[in-house]
Structure formats: C-alpha cells, structure tokens
Write a protein that binds this ligand. Sequence first.
Ligand code: FE2
Length: 177
Amino acid sequence: MNALKKLFLDELADRYDSEKQLVRAMPIMIKIATCEDLKTLIQNHLSETEGHVQTLERVFETFDEKPKTRKCEATIGLLKEGDELADRLKGSDSLNAALISTAQKIEHYEIASYGCLHEWANVLGNREAAELLEDVLEEEKAANESLIELARCCCNREAFGEDASGESVLVVESYSN
Ligand SMILES: [Fe+2]
C-alpha cells in the first residue's frame, strides 16, 4: 500500500470515530441550549452527521476496505472543553454563544480534515470517494456558516445583554441584582 493511501485510510478512520462521537454528543448540546433556533440548527446538523457516518462507510467501500475507527483525540478534547465551558456557564446569558463557539471549533476541525481527505482522494485517483467527501465538506461549511449567522443575529447579542430591540439591558440587570 502506498504511503498516501495509508495516510488517507488512517485519517478516514479518525473521521469515522469523530462523527460517531458527535452523533452521541449533539443530543446533549440540544438539551443544554436554551435558544430554540440553536436547538433546531444542531438537530438538523445531527441528521447530517448521521448521514456522514454512512457516507464514510461508503468511502471505505470504494477502497475495498471495511470501516475502521481510530480514536479521534482532537474531538474528545474539543468536546471536553466545550462541556466544561457549558458547565461553568449554566444559567448564564452567554451559554448559547459558548455552545456556538464549541460547535464552530468542531466544524473548523472537520472542514480542515475533510478538505485534506478530499484532496488526497483526488490524488489517489478515487473519483467516487472524492465526490462523496466533497459533499460532506460542503455540508460542514454550510453548518459553520449557519452557526455564524445565528451567533450574529441573536446569541452574541443575548450574551452581550441586549434585548430584542437592540437596547442594552446589562446595566439594568446588574443594578437589579
Ligand atoms: Fe459537522
């Protein structure tokens, strides 16, 4: 087996484990989030993530390989950090903004990983795998964009202490405590 194919399959096994971890973690994020739009966004991306697990199985197949997992330490670390942050911010107005930041860090990591896999599949001459990986890459990019939009339109404002009219309520709240 050539070195690039070995690297590709190793990274694919890492992705396969990562997506499975995320399928288990996202329902918890949905439960913790207090913003309805964020809950819906994560729920939609959970469905896509379940699809990514199946797509990765198909990518293994295109190389005549059985799906393998390799523990993705980066995903474990990102989820652990996000979990600790959410725990510290329980009941705070910045909780949803923090959940978005955790989700965005994960999306960026996924975008980098799928970007490499997509390129490598092309170099390896496996067009079917390259197309499958490109589809996943596009969904990750779109999920990241949706998170940015939601953060800008409400969750960051909420964390800053603005009500729906855009007025700052932070001062009022701090004096009423
Ligand atoms: Fe994702």
